[in-house]
Design a binder for this molecule. Structure first.
Ligand SMILES: C[S@@+](CC[C@H](N)C(=O)[O-])C[C@H]1O[C@@H](n2cnc3c(N)ncnc32)[C@H](O)[C@@H]1O
Length: 338
């Protein structure tokens, strides 16, 4: 038996739970923060659970912290002492490891300390335990969750917790003159899927306006063909590596095998998006990558995702399907052309 806390995007916890229930027969789930965070008791040991999660990562599970210990929150310094002792007792796991501390509090939690204060105290305990407190690229994480009644602590690797951001809430700095918030989605996809833009040179962006994704691809040194009936931001027109086609994606045709990267963020009906992407596949080189957002317009997102994947598998291998933190009513697919 092992215990866990899972987190999904707001309002998507029920789908994350549905995915997990299908994989882990006989598990118990209860909500901690409605719609977002939930507690699980799974009748398998920790390693068995992780092996299953890594075999094929669930779409809606953003963050998965193991629960090594829990206690009823007292609302005073005893809570902090208990957390500090738990870190000290894990010395053997953390010694010499770059270790991050993630602290999250549920709304209305009686836990008396802010995330920053808790982290400062635990960082000091880490240092005295021979671990290296690390924020930027930790290998190990100490994850604390202060709920409405219980305080939880779990220690594990970043890879096993699925994100190096507390709760999987990825935060990027907004840039001066940033064209659209949509750019964050592609930045997050780049990190999450381990894309290396040096592998690509010629990108096709359909549904490109106002141009957040196009701007990132241009900044990464790719040549970009941007297709959208709407206007692109004028600041992009300075790029000589940009070709703009002010058209509907269904009207454009290209020389076969022109592009090695397709990106598509059209906010459109999923099946129409599939049709457009499939019609454009002859213009992609074999092995080309594609990053595609899928709008979850219907009440049954898991069914929509299954249908879209089945359709796209006519021409693509689906490497990953993930609801990124920056995806609202949608998920992101990472595909490779067969
Ligand atoms: C969410 S926005 C894209 C945002 C963009 N990724 C960015 O980073 O700024 C969706 C865009 O898809 C475009 N679009 C919708 N249907 C399209 C189609 N059939 N062909 C081309 N563009 C389309 C819309 O005009 C709109 O500009």
């Amino acid at each position: 038996m092992s215990h866990w806390i899972g987190t999904a995007n707001r309002n998507y916890a029920s789908y994350a739970m549905e995915e997990l229930r299908k994989r882990f027969q006989g598990m118990n789930i209860s909500q901690l923060a409605p719609g977002e965070t939930f507690k699980m008791e799974i009748p398998l040991d920790r390693q068995e659970v992780l092996t299953e999660i890594h075999r094929s990562e669930p779409v809606f599970l953003r963050y998965l912290q193991p629960v090594d210990g829990s206690r009823t929150i007292s609302g005073d310094a005893d809570d902090l002492d208990w957390l500090s002792d738990a870190v000290r007792l894990s010395r053997s796991k953390l010694e010499g490891q770059r270790t991050g501390i993630h602290v999250r509090r549920a709304e209305g939690s009686p836990f008396a300390y802010s995330a920053a204060d808790t982290k400062a105290v635990l960082d000091a305990v880490l240092a005295e335990s021979g671990a290296e407190p690390e924020v930027r690229s930790p290998d190990m994480l100490v994850a604390v969750y202060a709920g409405r009644e219980q305080l939880y602590i779990g220690i594990g690797s970043v890879a096993d917790m699925l994100s190096d951001w507390p709760g999987g809430a990825v935060r990027f700095q907004r840039e001066e003159g940033q064209i659209s918030r949509a750019k964050f989605k592609l930045l997050e996809a780049e990190r999450e899927f381990g894309l290396n833009y040096a592998d690509f040179s010629e990108a096709l962006d359909i549904g490109a306006a106002p141009g957040g994704w196009t701007s990132l691809l241009l900044e990464r040194g790719l040549r970009v063909t941007a297709v959208d009936p709407a206007e692109l931001h004028p600041s992009l027109l300075q790029y000589r590596t940009l070709t703009v086609l002010k058209k509907n994606a269904s009207e454009v045709k290209f020389v076969p095998e022109t592009f090695d990267l397709l990106v598509c963020d059209m906010s459109w009906s999923p099946m129409q998006m599939c049709r457009l992407v499939l019609d454009l596949t002859p213009s992609l080189k074999a092995g080309a990558a594609a990053i595609v957002t899928v709008k979850l317009m219907h009440r049954k997102p898991l069914q929509t995702i299954r249908d879209v994947i089945a359709k796209l598998e006519e021409s693509f291998t689906v490497n990953r399907a993930k609801q990124l933190f920056h995806n609202r009513e949608e998920i992101t697919l990472y595909l490779t052309k067969k």
